[in-house]
Design a protein around this ligand. Structure first.
Ligand code: FAD
Length: 305
């Protein structure tokens, strides 16, 4: 595989794929590096109803595949590998990966974020055995069984709505007294008879020998403890930017996000960032795609100058 490119894009979600579409259509020799499933987080969304152009909605997996097809059609190359570091060599940027080093004149960092863990006893041991971070992937295993969803944002309610198609009961557990999810999602969840809400509550432990059997709960206002029998625990408590490999290369904010200007430029000329990995990103497929297009346009200008 060629080792030298004009643009290297790290991450194949909506931001990286849009960046790749724009750089490839601009006839810049471009490489996209993706460590998992091309399409990014949106592939976990069963139905995407807010991506313009799809009036009836589209499955996240299909949306990701279409974005990849479209960018590939214009010449974008894809390498399935993990980026592990970036080094500066004069004006060149060397991207280290699990499949060797690649050099680019410009780099667009678009490798998003991943789900946060609760960090409680039982979580790690029972992951894949009742503990899950993806309802789209695992909901069918919980046919007619009770499950808990931990979290109160859009992701948690989306997970709960999906689980309600399979599980016997879906109990949404949120540590605050109000959900953070958008009103439309809250309305949908409230009108779904299988979904119940336990607010002001924290999960302290997940119990089970081989598979999840129950969870230990604590009411935050009264401190009262209780247990709940469930077969599954779906955790949706937010995201962590995938920037550990960039420590020492770029300045990250306190939460680990990358700051850019409105051209998606970072503090290093020729290194751009786009999508959920950016500080204050709206964390939507459409905004990530917009960031990717902007980064690509300014990467092209950077290379030309
Ligand atoms: C369940 C769910 C439902 C959602 N529903 C919607 C919705 O209906 N509408 C909407 O607009 N948004 C939705 N979102 C949010 C949307 O998916 C994200 O905002 C969007 O995918 C962010 O795009 P991104 O390209 O910035 O990052 P990501 O989609 O996170 O893509 C980043 C990619 O980088 C890869 N990667 C990570 N680290 C590395 C590395 N070191 N080397 C190489 N590759 C790496 C990852 O594998 C991933 O494929 C949903 C998200 C989830 C989880």
């Amino acid at each position: 595989m060629n080792k030298e490119y004009e643009v290297i894009i790290i991450g194949g979600g909506p931001a990286g794929l849009s960046a790749g579409l724009y750089t490839s259509r601009a006839r810049l020799n471009s490489l996209l590096i993706e460590k998992g499933l091309v399409g990014g987080q949106i592939t976990d969304a069963e139905l995407v109803e807010n991506y313009p152009g799809f009036a009836e909605g589209i499955s996240g997996l299909e949306l990701g595949q279409l974005m990849h097809q479209q960018a590939t059609k214009y010449g974008l190359k894809t390498l399935l590998a993990e980026a592990t570091g970036i080094e500066l060599k004069g004006e060149q940027k060397v991207v280290r990966t699990t499949k060797g080093n690649f050099t680019g004149k410009a780099v667009i960092i678009a490798n998003g974020s991943e789900r946060r863990k609760l960090g409680i006893p039982g979580e790690e041991k029972l992951t894949g055995r009742g503990v899950s971070y993806c309802a789209t992937c695992d909901a069918p295993f919980f046919q007619e069984k009770p499950v808990a969803v931990v979290g109160g944002g859009d992701a948690a309610i989306t997970e709960a709505l999906h689980l309600a198609k399979f599980a016997s009961r879906v109990i949404v557990i949120h540590r605050r007294n109000q959900l953070r999810a958008s009103r439309i999602l809250q309305e949908k969840a409230s009108s779904e008879p299988k979904i119940e809400f336990l607010l002001d509550s924290i999960v302290d432990e997940i119990e089970g020998e081989d598979v999840v059997k129950k969870i230990k709960l604590r009411q935050v206002t009264t401190g009262k403890e209780s247990t709940l029998d469930v077969a599954g625990v779906f955790i949706a408590v937010g995201l962590k930017p995938n920037t550990d490999y960039l420590k020492g290369v770029l300045t990250l904010d306190a939460a680990g996000y990358i700051t850019t200007n409105d051209r998606m430029e970072t503090e290093i000329p020729g290194i751009f960032a786009a999508g959920d990995i950016r500080q204050n990103s709206a964390r939507q497929a459409i905004t990530a795609a917009g960031d990717g297009a902007t980064a690509a346009i300014y990467a092209k200008k950077f290379i030309a100058e």
